[in-house]
Design a protein around this ligand. Structure first.
Ligand SMILES: [Zn+2]
Length: 245
């Protein structure tokens, strides 16, 4: 997610309106399949079938087991992108099933049964830009109750001058609510895993607040492992047994 420059209150309001408008237009406009471009269909049968993959589980270097339902590539990438960034919130209905499978698998693999599901919260800038919150919407459609155990702090002014990678490394933007998570066995959830750095930062915050993080479940994983690119958590994980995906 690119960093968002400071905006005036007026332009922030315009962003909120813009997100709401996009979401409204997505409901009434003629549409096409976001996976393959087929006309006049919210999601074609073939692309819907591609969402039926079995989840897979890998382990990040720090020992966090991460289960993902989909590979973020080709038609599936188009569907997830249209859902998360393109205002196609109705796709939560089709994406709820793979998300639920991922959550069930992760909970089943956990060393102890989780008693709380906590989502990585979206940044305030992301929520303003989109006008809605994809992960809670998805979890609601999937019947997965979320506990508000994590929040972003600092806002844009506190993060000024720090890029996304720097923030992720520092984990400074995520704080756990001890009153919610202390003493609980938490399953972390998120939509798309790229490097795993955000999940690890979230786990760090939760553990710091007295929780036990038993695993993570996500909708999709960026298959950058195959590229062998260095310098990322998951690329390193590729050299370990039982990796993602
Ligand atoms: Zn399609």
């Amino acid at each position: 997610m690119p960093s968002v420059p400071s905006r005036s209150p007026a332009s922030s309001a315009a962003l909120v309106v813009g997100g709401a408008l996009r979401a409204a237009l997505a409901v009434v406009s003629p549409t096409s399949c976001p996976g393959c471009g087929a006309d006049d269909v919210e999601l074609c049968r073939a692309c819907r079938d591609r969402l039926g993959a079995e989840p897979s589980t890998g382990v990040l270097p720090a020992g966090l087991a991460v289960t993902t339902a989909l590979r973020y590539e080709h038609e599936v990438r188009g569907v997830v992108l249209a859902w998360k960034q393109g205002g196609r919130s109705r796709l939560s209905g089709a994406l709820a099933a793979p998300f639920a499978r991922s959550v069930r698998r992760a909970a089943g693999l956990a060393p102890v049964v989780p008693d709380l599901v906590v989502a990585v919260p979206p940044s305030a800038a992301g929520t303003r830009r989109r006008g809605w919150e994809p992960v809670p919407h998805l979890a609601s459609r999937a019947g997965v109750p979320l506990a508000p155990g994590l929040l972003h702090v600092g806002g844009r002014s506190a993060q000024k001058g720090r890029d996304r990678v720097a923030r992720a490394r520092a984990g400074a933007a995520l704080v756990a609510r001890a009153g919610v998570v202390s003493g609980r066995r938490v399953l972390l959830v998120d939509d798309v895993v790229t490097t795993g750095a955000t999940l690890l930062a979230a786990r760090g915050a939760l553990v710091g607040a007295g929780a036990t993080v038993v695993g993570a479940a996500c909708l999709a994983v960026v298959p950058l492992l195959a590229s062998g690119s260095g310098g990322t958590v998951l690329a390193h994980a590729a050299r370990l047994p039982g990796t993602i995906p």
